[in-house]
Design a protein around this ligand. Sequence first.
Ligand SMILES: [Zn+2]
Length: 98
Amino acid sequence: MPSRQEYLDTCAEHGADVVRVTVSGHCCEKCAEWENRLLSISGATKGLPTVDEATAAGLFHPNCTHSLTEVDDYTREEVMRLDNLKFSDIVKECCEKR
Ligand SMILES: [Zn+2]
């Protein structure tokens, strides 16, 4: 199984920038708010927190069982439309913690 960074590199190589946090059966408090969220790999997609921001906010802590999976454009637009407000809240929160 490739590492998370290798997977992100592969996505970036074929021009994908948006990934989704998988839902894990063993979720911890820190990760719960990130489940099913979209993240931008490079920060190029406006309105989404980046993978780095999510990591800084507690996602992918040691022994974390979550991973990232690429999403297609349609899914991305649907989720962003429905969850736009929540995304802004998350970005705000992780900026405040720094
Ligand atoms: Zn986790």
